[in-house]
Design a protein around this ligand. Structure first.
Ligand SMILES: CC(C)(COP(=O)(O)OP(=O)(O)OC[C@H]1O[C@@H](n2cnc3c(N)ncnc32)[C@H](O)[C@@H]1OP(=O)(O)O)[C@@H](O)C(=O)NCCC(=O)NCCS
Length: 156
């Protein structure tokens, strides 16, 4: 079941964002976002949190700030994206977009198979991000140096 994030689930989501992304602040394209105040949805199964997506709508564009499936390969990530897409369409957004990093091979695969297009690659963007958020590690998934941002976009 996908529901809008509420006061019951917000603390758990905040904790996950803190643990996974050293949140609540995340940096995309040189901009700091406070995810603890962002709108979003949670995936819930028998009262258990199984995933969450946080987003921001600005200038007719919807940015997914964080997407996290706690139970992979069960359709949760896709369901969360589709739910954010519905909201984006209702808000007359032209596109939905997100930033992921060069180490996130799984997400890069997932977004392209979902139908997102690679829109930009920002070389060494993480150097600038670390000036805003020094806790961003130097190494990411599978020991890959964490350096570049990939922008994926889906036209609505
Ligand atoms: C990337 C991420 C969000 C994907 O979430 P997910 O819940 O695994 O996504 P889905 O289950 O919808 O889709 C993943 C795969 O499972 C498949 N799948 C979906 N439902 C399925 C089912 N019932 N049975 C078997 N496979 C299924 C999908 O077709 C997809 O296959 P593909 O990768 O070959 O295209 C997740 O891996 C994640 O949270 N990663 C860590 C955090 C992260 O990197 N977030 C993105 C940062 S930008």
């Amino acid at each position: 079941m996908i529901i809008p994030i509420n006061s019951e689930y917000r603390p758990r989501v905040n904790q996950f964002v803190a643990d996974e992304w050293a949140g609540p602040m995340v940096v995309t394209k040189g901009i700091l976002h406070d995810t603890s105040k962002a709108e979003g949805f949670v995936s819930v199964d028998d009262g258990e949190l199984t995933g969450y997506a946080l987003y921001a709508i600005e200038n007719s564009q919807c940015e997914i700030l964080v997407l996290h499936s706690l139970l992979e390969n069960h359709g949760i990530g896709s369901a969360l994206i589709r739910t954010v897409m519905d909201v984006a369409r209702k808000n007359r957004c032209m596109r939905i977009w997100l930033i992921t990093t060069n180490d996130n091979i799984h997400a890069i695969r997932f977004y392209q198979r979902f139908g997102f297009e690679l829109k930009g690659v920002y070389i060494n963007a993480l150097e600038e991000s670390r000036k805003l958020k020094s806790s961003i590690p130097l190494t990411g998934n599978e020991g890959i140096p964490l350096k570049h941002e990939f922008e994926f976009s889906y036209s609505l």
